[in-house]
Design a protein around this ligand. Structure first.
Ligand code: ADP
Ligand code: MG
Length: 700
């Protein structure tokens, strides 16, 4: 009989109520299981012992055998530090504690051999080691650990209270003693043998007490696979259940609206990718399963028309549709774009944003409820409770990553049946991330730009080259082109950034004097009406240069603008740089993006700039961004549940993720209810996880 892993951690020998409390609060460890799943952050090789006279001034982690010959307390600015004189047969050094001094003094004996481990510093002509790990020779020998030592996650509170790495390791060791190291297998025999994975018990033993580098690697591989496998299983299962259980509106026919538009008003030939994606959407909408689709496509790939034609499918079947965008500017732009097409087809379309007047609102609410209004475009205002549809058949959300799952589900509740949902994102999400975060959605990708677009040339220039850049601008303006010059505006240092912007504007006015040159300026501190006026002047071609902050990021569409200059480009993130670059290259002319920076560049900045210069491919940019920033930062906290992985890393473990998804699909497609005998282990594990863990909560 193996030990029950749901036993509260208090029951483990060596963990009293105080420690249990700390473990709960600091590391979220409530049960034996949680402790078992506290995987080390990293490992250090402790096969080697150093002598004090071998120490180098390089802050390496070393272990040394020696004795404490005395203690002293040294007063410092705040409080005091405890210093122990430590020596071996080659020399002496100091051990230093800034916290937990009482506990240390009571516990450590003079002139007794200890194994100490930690980072050394060179200070005041001596080596010292702050807060070393200390064990007696006996303790060291008795440890389950071989030469490879795990380092567990910790917090300041824990180490203050004396729960250091060694103590944690001992607690884990106790768990292995009580359970005799036998743990229930959690993967099926099929998968274990097909992938030659190590058993659960072996994996857990070697993750905590590695016997060799090779066994450690095997353990890590198996546990990473398992973690990713069950997330994928969950996502795919959800998708399958969705398709079989959740009925959506079925758009049976392709009808008048779609055909009239397609035959008479299509403004251009659709690209192959647009056609393919429309087919995918059509297949989804034509089934009675509710659609939940992510539409990815780089800036300018032509998502709008795909969205519009999907809405026509809804209208053709007597349903309403809505399109929600993250900003007012963007929803106005969408509205104006769609309005023209709608007018051809006599479709009733309206715009609803935060600034819509009450009287207009009332009209909209009424027309929505009685079904006269067919398409509603707008911002978050669409989510207000007062907004009720007669029969919303399709909801499209632009720029998905700015909205959360919560908002998605809010749209659901606007009907008896959930509407079909399509989320569009212009920031390409790396495949691995999409798989982990949106694995329950179907994904369509527009991976082809409309024909005739010249790819944008991107260069990096230092501020010292400004005169050349200005000369280039003059030449482009002489050819009739328009120019964007963008300044960073980052909230924390707003005043300073604002000054940069104004200084920049002044210097551009000097170099590009009126009346020959006209300049627009747009920034966040302006009144909306003034902003709009300036933007309109640029859109109409009355001004040749637009000086702006990132306000324009998702704003305007000016095909005649062919140069994007980004000032202090080192301060922008990759996806922002890519989005800004997408503002040019919309017309037939060759377009340019010039990244201006100072000479002082961090390594990350260099990587970002090099990436921008190297490629125009949004997916490639996104991949680099993911590597630089990590998944949590990119997706925000909304989806942190999925990204809060214990051992796997979706950037580094891409291959394992793909394998896990492949196997999760293989298992579920063959046995959707997991009822076959061979999948019993998987079913049991899955059930247990859903019961005890709330990591599934992120799924709406
Ligand atoms: P995004 O995917 O960034 O939303 P848009 O839908 O705004 O892209 O399209 C960008 C520009 O490309 C628009 O001016 C649009 O009219 C044009 N466009 C879209 N599809 C095509 C196509 N198949 N052929 C030519 N131009 C197209
Ligand atoms: Mg768009």
């Amino acid at each position: 009989m193996s030990v029950n892993l749901q036993t509260p951690i208090d029951y483990l020998k060596g963990v009293g109520p105080n420690r249990a409390d700390l473990l709960r609060k600091e590391l979220n460890i409530h049960t034996y299981q949680d402790l078992l799943n506290l995987f080390p952050n990293r490992y250090i090789d402790r096969t080697r012992f150093y002598k004090i006279n071998e120490l180098q001034n390089n802050s390496a982690e070393v272990q040394i055998i020696g004795k404490i010959t005395g203690f002293k307390e040294v007063a410092q600015k705040r409080g005091k530090r405890l210093v122990a004189m430590f020596q071996d047969d080659t020399g002496s050094m100091e051990l230093v504690w800034f916290r937990g001094q009482k506990w240390i003094r009571e516990r450590l004996k003079l002139n007794t051999p200890y194994v100490i481990f930690g980072k050394t510093n060179w200070f005041g002509g001596k080596f010292n080691m702050p807060h070393p790990d200390i064990e007696t020779i006996d303790e060291h020998k008795r440890g389950l650990s071989s030469g490879i030592q795990p380092l567990y996650p910790s917090t300041e509170k824990l180490s203050n209270k004396g729960i250091n790495n060694r103590v944690l390791s001992k607690i884990v060791q106790q768990l292995f003693l009580e359970s005799k190291g036998r743990f229930v297998e959690t993967l099926s025999p099929n998968i274990l043998s097909e992938l030659k994975l190590t058993s659960k018990s072996d994996a857990l033993l070697n993750i905590h007490f590695p016997k060799s580098q090779e066994l450690l690697a095997k353990a890590q591989y198996r546990l990473k696979f398992e973690e990713l496998f069950y997330i994928q299983l969950q996502l795919i299962l959800k998708n399958l259940i969705h398709k079989s259980k959740i009925k959506g509106f079925e758009f049976e026919q392709v009808g008048r609206y779609f055909n009239t538009f397609f035959n008479n008003y299509l403004p251009f030939e659709l690209t192959g990718a647009q056609k393919r994606v429309l087919k995918e959407i059509r297949a989804d909408l034509g089934s009675n399963a509710q659609m939940n689709r992510l539409l990815q496509g780089d800036v300018g790939s032509g998502k709008t028309i795909v969205a519009f034609m999907s809405m026509l499918m809804a209208l053709d079947n007597g349903f309403q549709a809505c399109l929600m965008a993250p900003t007012e500017i963007l929803s106005i732009q969408h509205f104006n774009g769609l309005l023209e097409w709608c007018n051809h087809l006599n479709i009733n379309i309206k715009l609803l944003t935060g600034s819509t007047k009450t009287s207009e609102r009332k009209i909209i609410h009424k027309a929505l409820e009685n079904g006269e209004l067919q398409i509603l475009v707008g911002t978050h205002a669409l989510l207000e409770d007062k907004v009720k549809f007669k029969n919303l058949g399709l909801a499209i959300i632009d720029e998905q990553h700015r909205f959360g799952v919560k908002q998605r589900s809010k749209l659901w509740k606007k009907n008896t049946l959930p509407p079909n949902i399509m989320v569009m994102t212009a920031t390409p999400i790396p495949r691995t991330l999409a798989m982990s975060v949106y694995g329950d959605l179907d994904i369509s990708v527009i991976d082809e730009l409309p024909p005739g677009r010249k790819s944008i040339k991107t260069v990096h220039r230092y501020d010292s080259n400004r005169l050349n850049v200005f000369r280039f601008i003059r030449d482009e303006i002489a050819k009739g082109r328009q120019i964007y010059i963008v300044y960073p505006l980052i909230q924390e240092s707003e005043a300073l950034d604002y000054k940069d912007l104004m200084d920049g504007y002044a210097s551009i006015e000097r170099d590009f004097p009126k009346p020959e040159y006209q300049i627009s300026i747009v920034h966040g501190k302006m009144k909306p009406a003034d902003k709009d006026y300036e933007m309109q002047r640029f859109i109409k071609g009355e001004t040749q240069i637009m000086v702006a902050t990132t306000v324009i990021e998702v704003g305007v569409n000016v095909p005649n603008a062919s140069v994007m200059i980004i000032e202090s480009a080192e301060r922008f993130g990759l996806s922002q740089l890519h989005q800004l670059r997408g503002r040019v290259g919309r017309g037939a002319e060759q377009s340019y993006c010039i990244l201006m920076t100072s000479h002082k560049l961090s390594n990350d900045s260099k990587t970002r700039l090099e990436t921008m210069v190297r490629t125009n491919d949004g997916f490639e940019v996104a991949d680099v961004d993911l590597k630089l920033r990590g998944p949590g930062d990119i997706m925000g906290t909304q989806q942190s549940g999925v990204l809060n992985l214990r051992i796997a890393d979706i950037v580094k473990d891409k291959a394992i993720l793909q394998q896990a998804r492949f196997y999760a699909k293989k298992v579920l497609y063959a046995d959707p209810s997991l009822g076959n005998a061979e999948n019993e282990t998987i079913l049991n594990t899955y059930k247990a996880m859903s019961k005890y863990k709330n990591i599934w909560n992120y799924i709406s």
